[in-house]
Design a protein around this ligand. Structure first.
Ligand SMILES: Cc1ncc(COP(=O)(O)O)c(C=O)c1O
Length: 340
């Protein structure tokens, strides 16, 4: 059988060639371990400069689940809970990692994968005494699991609401790059520091071999964070691997340039699908597309492509998930569109 091309995710390929080269070029340099190496220090500084937050703490970890469980468990008291959408990565795809740290996830329904103050408000009223957990943190991902984005206005509204209600706001930026370069996006790197308490900037899904950068703005959340990392096995002796990669990604504009390609490919794919007469479960905004196809089209697509089946719409139609990456070539998009 012909090898099928994968639109399953944005980490099907290895690393961007420039990152591999940087790893190779610095291979023989001797360095301190556990994130105290020159590369991590440089990468953290470049990130602080890019996001205009000179006082932020930056820590590198290997994956998104690890970042989420670390940030959430280090920020909350034992009886406090985190609010997220039902489709959130922490709610669906982290094998109960957050719950395993002892914190309940309060899952809320949304049509587009985004939280708003109006969606959160009833939960705060409902959780009224010591027989229930205390909602203390709001978790969002930007872009969301449905490929939608939080704009500056969305984030400002959530930020204001969180301040008024003594809630921490945490942004999972596994796909922050794809969100920041989205056509309809007006949020910039430098806006984020004033709007969230803590963030992680994704590398794994944007050209790195692996790695995420946790960025802490809230002074209280900074305290002894490295102790939490070490205790949970996240402080790697070879932290240099993250430093080298993030220093490369943030040396110039590479981090966003990579995502521009990713989103451009997704835009072309979305246009082709729409022009062929099909609709989407959520409006395509970044590199995750959720088109709805009849089953016979899906059978044909499966012969040449790999992708996730996201949701059954009805007996005839299924929503699938197509994801482009930094390495997606146009010819694969043309092939898919030709089939539909
Ligand atoms: C929004 C989001 N957060 C976190 C993760 C978790 O990443 P990992 O699989 O590296 O733990 C993912 C992975 O797909 C994700 O999409």
């Amino acid at each position: 059988m012909m090898k099928r091309y994968s639109f399953m995710d944005d980490y099907s390929e290895g690393a961007h060639p420039k990152i591999l080269k940087a790893l190779q070029d610095n291979n023989f340099q001797q360095q301190l371990g556990y994130g105290n190496d020159d590369f991590c220090l440089k990468a953290a500084n470049l990130i602080r400069q890019t996001i205009a937050a000179p006082g932020a703490d930056v820590h590198f970890v290997s994956g998104g689940t690890q970042a989420n469980l670390l940030v959430i468990s280090a920020s909350l008291r034992p009886y406090e809970a985190v609010i997220a959408v039902k489709t959130a990565h922490i709610a669906v795809h982290e094998t109960g990692a957050i719950e395993f740290t002892g914190h309940k996830i309060i899952e809320l329904d949304t049509a587009d994968g985004k939280l708003t103050p109006d969606i959160i408000k009833p939960t705060l009223i409902e959780h009224c005494d010591e027989h229930m957990v205390v909602p203390k943190m709001v978790y969002i991902s930007n872009s969301t699991e449905m490929g939608t984005i939080y704009t500056k206005k969305d984030l400002e509204e959530l930020h204001r609401f969180c301040l008024e209600n003594d809630l921490l706001l945490y942004m999972d930026g596994a796909r922050l790059a794809a969100s920041l370069v989205a056509r309809e996006q007006d949020l910039a790197f430098e806006d984020i520091k004033d709007l969230v308490d803590v963030l992680y900037i994704g590398g794994t899904k944007n050209g790195a071999l692996l790695g995420e950068a946790i960025v802490i703005f809230n002074e209280k959340l900074k305290i002894k964070f490295r102790y939490s990392m070490k205790q949970k096995g996240a402080l790697l002796a070879k932290g240099r691997i993250f430093g080298i990669q993030f220093a490369e990604l943030f040396r110039g504009n590479m981090y966003l340039d990579i995502a521009s390609h990713t989103d451009k490919m997704a835009g072309k794919l979305a246009e082709g699908i729409r022009n062929s007469g099909y609709e989407f479960l959520a409006e395509p905004q970044t590199n995750i597309l959720l088109p709805i196809f009849p089953r016979n089209i899906i059978t044909k697509l499966k012969q040449k492509f790999l992708f996730h089946e996201w949701r059954n719409i009805d007996s005839d139609n299924v929503c699938i998930r197509l994801v482009t990456s930094w390495a997606t070539e146009e010819k694969h998009i043309d092939n898919l569109i030709a089939i539909i």
